[in-house]
Design a protein around this ligand. Structure first.
Ligand SMILES: *Cc1c(COP(=O)(O)O)cnc(C)c1O
Length: 379
């Protein structure tokens, strides 16, 4: 192993398999794909292309620039949604690139109404209802007022009303039921007055709360990328990402010594320490906390001391036959460090260090890794 940066492998087959799994699971609802934040750090373009190839036609982005960029790689029949606020004056970009905004406040609604009255081609929008998360969305009275204004929804071109669950990954949480009921209540009334309107509530974990949560469209992100929708249950999603870090140096301690910045840990004489490429500048502090481990030579080896900016230290004393590699040129040492992969999944990592799987994935996106995509069909 002579490369000096880590290798991030992203299995597009697994992403497609996960999307198909969800499609079979929900049966009647349309399965969209949330590929915001560069597909959670994995690459919106390759992920978007692969999912489009599999039949996905609705894609969600967080920001306007993310969605504008998507038109480079997604064909015209792919619907692209902008979840975040579109700054006043930039609505024409929505029209030029055929993007659909998600209106999340009365200010958004007013801005959109004024702009749309002058726009050609009657672009559509989604309205977000706040069913209890209290982050973004119209409350029930605002939504009612809008729906009851004659031609209110038509003037805005509302094609879908959506909401977002706050606690879907805790299936027993009472919030889920509350939010579902509020949303159901709103749907019942709107369906009568607007029979063609579509509804959408569930993110990844919401899908697994039951059919009542599915409505017309579901919006998974994390599950596509292998994240367990219910942390208490066996994970039905296929693993998507693996990260392998190269060895920079092996050393055997000739005396008891403090290790790393802050001298937070010490190791006994005779222990073997590996200096590995990759540190917090590569997002690894989210992945490797004080209880972090890597798979090396068939065993789990622990992190020692603090993760540095560019390097991390592991105690490799327990790797079988480790002594034979001491003093050898790196090119002859066949050791690598898998910090995320089939034998060390996102769930185990998040249990070890308390970070969210979302944080782990998105933080890897900024890392100085070589990327390898396993293309669809390479299975
Ligand atoms: C991010 C996001 C999703 C996807 O959530 P996951 O938990 O990753 O499946 C769905 N809907 C909205 C509104 C979001 O912001």
């Amino acid at each position: 192993m002579t490369a000096s940066t880590g290798l991030l492998t992203i299995d597009l087959n697994a992403i497609v398999a996960n999307w198909r799994y969800l499609r079979a699971y929900v049966a009647t609802a349309e399965v969209c794909a949330v590929i915001k934040a560069d597909a959670y750090g994995l690459g919106a373009e390759p992920v978007g292309r692969a999912l489009y190839g599999a039949g996905c036609r609705r894609f969600f982005f967080a920001t306007l620039p993310e969605a504008v960029d998507a038109r480079r790689y997604l064909p015209a029949d792919a619907h692209c949604y902008v979840l975040g606020v579109v700054p006043a004056g930039q609505e024409s970009l929505l029209q030029v690139h055929a993007l659909t905004p998600v209106l999340s406040s009365m200010a958004d609604v007013r801005q959109w109404r004024v702009w749309r009255a002058k726009a050609a081609g009657a672009p559509q929008c989604v309205v977000k209802f706040d069913s209890g998360m209290t982050r973004m969305g119209l409350d029930e009275s605002e939504l009612d007022e809008l729906a009851q204004t004659a031609g209110g929804f038509e003037a805005l071109g509302v094609e879908c009303v959506m909401s977002h669950l706050a606690c879907a990954d805790e299936p027993g949480h009472p919030m889920n039921e509350q939010q579902q009921q509020r949303f159901a209540h709103v749907c019942e009334r709107l369906r009568v007055s607007h029979p063609r309107l579509q509804f959408s509530l569930a993110n990844s974990s919401g899908i697994f709360l039951g059919e009542r949560y599915h409505y017309d469209r579901v919006r998974p992100g994390a599950a596509l990328y292998g994240y367990a929708p219910d942390p208490e249950q066996a994970n039905p999603m296929r693993a998507v990402v693996s990260l392998t870090l190269p060895l920079l140096q092996l050393r055997k301690l000739s005396r008891r010594a403090h290790v790393g910045y802050g001298a937070t840990r010490s190791l006994d004489e005779g222990r073997v320490l590996a200096v590995v490429a990759g540190g917090y500048a590569d997002g690894l502090h989210r992945l490797l906390g004080p209880a972090g481990v890597a798979m090396c030579g068939g065993v789990k080896v622990p992190v020692v001391g603090r993760v540095s900016m560019d390097t991390t230290l592991f105690d490799v004393s327990e790797v079988p036959g480790i002594d034979q590699w001491l003093g050898k040129p790196l090119s002859e040492v066949p050791l690598s460090f898998v910090v995320l992969g089939p034998e060390l999944g996102l769930s185990e990592i998040t249990q070890r260090n308390g970070a969210l799987g979302y944080e782990v994935l998105t933080s890897l996106g900024s890392g100085r890794y070589r990327r390898r995509y396993l293309e669809v069909g390479d299975d």
